[in-house]
Design a protein around this ligand. Sequence first.
Ligand code: ADP
Ligand code: MG
Length: 365
Amino acid sequence: MIEIRSLAKTFSDRRGEQVAAVNKVSFQVEEGRFYTLLGPSGCGKTTTLRCIAGLEKPDEGEIEVAGEIVFSRGNFVPAYRRPIGMVFQSYAIWPHLTVFENVAFPLRVGKQRFSSAEVKSKVEKALEQVELGSVGDRMAIQLSGGQQQRLALARALVREPKVLLLDEPLSNLDAKLRERMRVELRELQRRLRITTLYVTHDQIGALSMSNVIAIMNRGEIVQEGSPREIYLQPHSEFVAQFIGSTNQFSGKLRAFAGEGCACVETPMGELLCTLSGELAPGSDVVIMVRPENIILHEARPPETANVVEGKVATVMFLGQYLDCTIELDTDLLQTHQRHSLRLRRGDRVWVELPPNDCLALKAKG
Ligand SMILES: Nc1ncnc2c1ncn2[C@@H]1O[C@H](COP(=O)(O)OP(=O)(O)O)[C@@H](O)[C@H]1O
Ligand SMILES: [Mg+2]
């Protein structure tokens, strides 16, 4: 439904230097899917979205939406003729227009003319879709934060686009409302089966809503996959660190130890690790272990791989879990433990780093 090929867009910054905001990006969004571009601020998400919407003219590449090439060399379909609805980070709704008039706006400014009966039925349908059917006469400013969010969605949907583009639409909401809107937005998307491209730097949002996530860094897509793949099998330090929290330490790959496994020499001794990507014995690696995968024992567990001795440095109650840091000879390890854990600060512990959860990645540089 959306196909992007080698999209590139460069800006010149204030000193006149060229910044590659989007650097040869390619991806595809299949019909009815929820696809997320996830990455830190400044990595090129908004620029990509604006190019697709026709609000920005790319330097190079090709953009196809719903079977039509809307951008290629010498071909630029203007924004209003693209079958796209977009919601911006600032919803850009008009506070002193009614809810109805806010949604009617795209119909009134478009090239295509609609009778007032048509406008009425289209606006009412869009408002029904986001469950704002009963508040059409209110001023937009009288709506709650969540309702304003839905109003922005109704306005994006009123022209019945083939594709919905969402640029950090939940970032202005407080944490509780954001959580609820994530669920609501995803439900709406499922119900309408509308192909959606979502842009965010919020990892939890991306993990919970997406069919596919593409991680962006410095204008490039560095990994694409399902939320599960991205979280459990990051291909690089960047992805592992960006998604969720992780412990990391360096080592040297000694020898393979069965399918996808290897012995890695580390400052805390030899560890059995799972390999990510092509690695040869002798190469420098970084080992990543998520805090929730680390197991603590009060006594040394017999016949268990990857056990290191340490001391409890801090125990913090965080509601959902205990955040427990462990001091090793060489490193501090962050772990998440259950409330039933009886260890206290200063206690001696045996830390188990399950080989399946110790991911060895190629070290940078
Ligand atoms: N209109 C512009 N003029 C100059 N630089 C821009 C412009 N828009 C974006 N940039 C630069 O392009 C890069 C990517 O920006 P953007 O696409 O907004 O990133 P994101 O949405 O991921 O935060 C940043 O370095 C940003 O400063
Ligand atoms: Mg942005």
